[in-house]
Design a protein around this ligand. Structure first.
Ligand code: ADP
Length: 625
């Protein structure tokens, strides 16, 4: 740095590196010029923090009793802005060494590389390189900094620069401790000479700065940084108010999590909320915003997706960490180990909160589940670290629950029959039609509970769970279901067709249906119905196939196994026709009708024309007799 002495002010040339950097800032940052205000307020807030800290021990510091605040003056006509704080201030050497240089070497290279990778990022990341102050040159041609340090013997200085090649320094008279930054806005930035605009930027980025930010006589940042306070100093009322502020919700949250983590790996504070209602139906999950990221009370970014796993993105609130640089970009949060650690801790704590609700406040948990069950259950297939905990938190309808009531795996197991080795589920569209499905007959007769899954998220997730504790989780539609040889009475058994009759009837079914089915078998699960389709060992449940077809029109589906009920009158009649010499062709219309009827019940019959025509024919014949 060279120094030219003039009569009043000393002129200092910026180092070459600094000049290039300034050029980059001014010409690359234009994407978000409003961030200059955030950077200046953030610097003032830091300076105020330092003054406050020093005041704790040094009663002789200058203006020891001065109110700690940031004042912003706007002269709309003259397009002038002044940002003044009563912070620690700067000595002459601070102005030269701190304000006039790049904090770390290599910064320029880094920024250049970023610029080559895409200009936008440079704008978003600039603050973290310790050059945030210079963002003011996006909106001003020339900037004046007048400052008086808190040291009792310090003198006041004026620093003036056009942010291009040099700055000047001169000693001035200044009464009070702190820093005053003033400039005239460029024509392209005159929007920032507007009270309303300035206030809204402050509200957006700096609302939780803990020192008052005054625009004229108005304190613009109204809300306290609740997450920095201890739990017992914040009332439920205040949590609720804060929640409403953060989310713009009208009603309060279902609950909150207030954390202060100080550890070897990461330090952060968090105040998170679980809302009572989701906006899912009106907005879709994609438009739900999750928590905000702060760094020491300075707003960094909204909707910071990397703070929480996707299945918890309905959680709102604030996470504040100084372990990440100010102005960190979204790209950086994605790959940051600090972020990964925060996410890990937050996830565990949120799951603990939900577990507590599930155990001690089941009604609250049920409310939560009603609102956010759909995204939440997806966690089972996304978060393998917490999979077991998530499985325990699942709730579903079953043949024993009523209305909106739900039950979980643990309760199911507590209720199940002593000799029952499996946990059963059944997937479909509507509980009512499912309850009447032939597939449930065996379970109803034997009073075995079956989970009834209708939520698409459940349908995707539950089949991926093989076991809960030592019990297999199985679909009642699986052909190889190990259900006990039924407890039918001997009298019931006598009502059935004989084994030989069954064998020859099955042969006829197979001959008629051919390639349309994987197999035809005698059913153990049917009680009242004549036939049903089940999935082969590798096949998918009917409902799952329907969903697959909706997503992919070319998906043909897998072949099913047709099960027939040997005790049903219709099956017995067919056996009798065969005994009386009836051929496969004589049986064809009935076999086809049974098969397509079962398809129809599964929602898998593509065209009903043949089915209806055949039925009409059968009815015509029946009514002629
Ligand atoms: P950073 O704040 O990241 O260090 P800046 O370029 O914004 O980078 O600021 C450089 C330095 O200038 C700060 O570290 C601080 O020492 C000093 N400074 C800036 N603004 C103020 C202010 N309002 N009061 C006191 N010191 C300030």
């Amino acid at each position: 740095m060279s120094k030219n002495t003039s009569q009043t002010a000393d002129t200092f040339e910026f180092k070459a590196e600094m000049r290039q950097l300034l050029d980059l800032i001014v010409n690359s940052l234009y994407t978000h010029p409003e961030i200059f205000l955030r950077e200046l307020i953030s610097n003032s807030s830091d300076a105020l923090n330092k003054a406050r800290y020093r005041g704790l021990t040094d009663k002789d510091m200058r203006d020891a009793d001065a109110p700690l605040q940031i004042k912003i003056e706007i002269d709309k006509d003259a397009k002038k802005l002044v940002i003044e704080d009563s912070g620690i201030g700067m000595r002459r050497e601070d102005l030269i060494n701190r304000l006039g240089t790049v904090a770390s070497s290599g910064t320029l290279e880094f920024i250049k590389n970023l610029k080559d990778a895409g200009e936008q990022k440079v704008g978003d990341m600039i603050g973290q390189f310790g050059v945030g102050f210079y963002s003011v040159f996006m909106v001003a041609e020339e900037v004046t900094v007048e400052t008086l340090h808190a040291d009792a013997d310090a003198t006041a200085w004026r620093w003036v620069s056009d942010g291009k090649g040099s700055f000047t320094l001169e000693e001035i008279e200044r009464e009070h401790r702190g820093t005053r930054i003033s400039f005239t806005l460029k024509d392209s930035a005159d929007e920032f000479a507007d009270d309303y605009r300035v206030k809204s930027i402050i509200k957006k980025y700096s609302n939780f700065v803990e020192f008052p930010i005054m625009v004229g006589d108005e304190k613009v940042n109204s809300v306290r940084a609740l997450w920095h306070e201890s739990k017992d100093s914040v009332s439920e009322e205040e949590y609720s108010e804060f929640y409403k502020f953060v989310t713009n919700d009208f009603s309060g949250p279902l609950g909150h999590l207030h954390l202060s983590i100080e550890g070897a790996s990461v330090n952060f504070k968090a105040l998170l909320f679980i809302p009572e209602n989701s906006h899912y139906r009106t907005m879709g999950w994609q438009n739900e915003k999750t928590a905000q990221l702060y760094s020491n009370k300075v707003f960094i970014m909204d909707d910071c997706k990397d703070l929480l796993p996707e299945y918890l993105h309905f959680v709102k609130g604030v996470v504040d960490t100084e372990d990440l640089p100010l102005n960190v970009s979204r790209e950086m949060t994605q790959n940051s180990p600090v972020m990964a650690r925060i996410k890990q801790i937050l996830t565990k704590r949120l799951l603990s909160l939900l577990e507590e609700w599930a155990e001690k406040e089941p009604e609250k948990y049920a409310k939560f589940y009603e609102a956010f069950g759909s995204p939440f259950v997806m966690g089972v297939n996304m978060d393998f670290d917490n999979r077991e905990r998530l499985i325990k938190l699942l709730r579903f309808h079953s043949t024993t629950t009523e209305g909106e009531q739900r039950t979980g795996f643990a309760d199911y197991v507590a209720r199940k029959k002593d000799d029952q080795k499996d946990i059963y589920y059944f997937t479909g569209d509507h509980r009512d039609s499912m309850q009447n499905s032939p597939k449930l007959e065996y379970f109803r007769k034997n009073e075995i509970e079956v989970m009834l899954l209708t939520d698409p998220a459940d349908v995707m997730v539950i089949p991926s769970i093989d076991k809960f504790e030592e019990y297999n989780v199985v679909s009642i539609e699986k052909a190889d279901l190990e259900i006990k040889e039924d407890e039918s009475t001997d009298a019931e058994k006598e009502q059935r067709i004989s084994d030989e009759q069954a064998d020859s009837l099955l042969a006829s079914f197979k001959a008629i249906l051919g390639e349309q089915v994987e197999d035809v078998r005698i059913s153990k699960r049917l009680v009242d119905s004549a036939a049903t389709l089940v999935a082969g060992a590798q096949g998918m449940d009917a409902h799952m196939e329907r969903m697959m077809k909706m997503m992919d029109a070319s998906y043909g589906g897998s072949k099913k196994i047709l099960e027939i009920n040997p005790g049903h009158d219709l099956i017995k009649n067919l056996a009798r026709i065969q005994l009386g010499g009836g051929s496969d062709e004589d049986l064809r219309p009935y076999i086809m009708q049974l098969f397509e009827g079962a398809m129809l019940l599964d929602g898998a019959l593509s065209g009903p024309t043949d089915f209806v025509q055949r039925m009409t024919k059968i009815m015509t014949d029946a009514t002629q007799k």
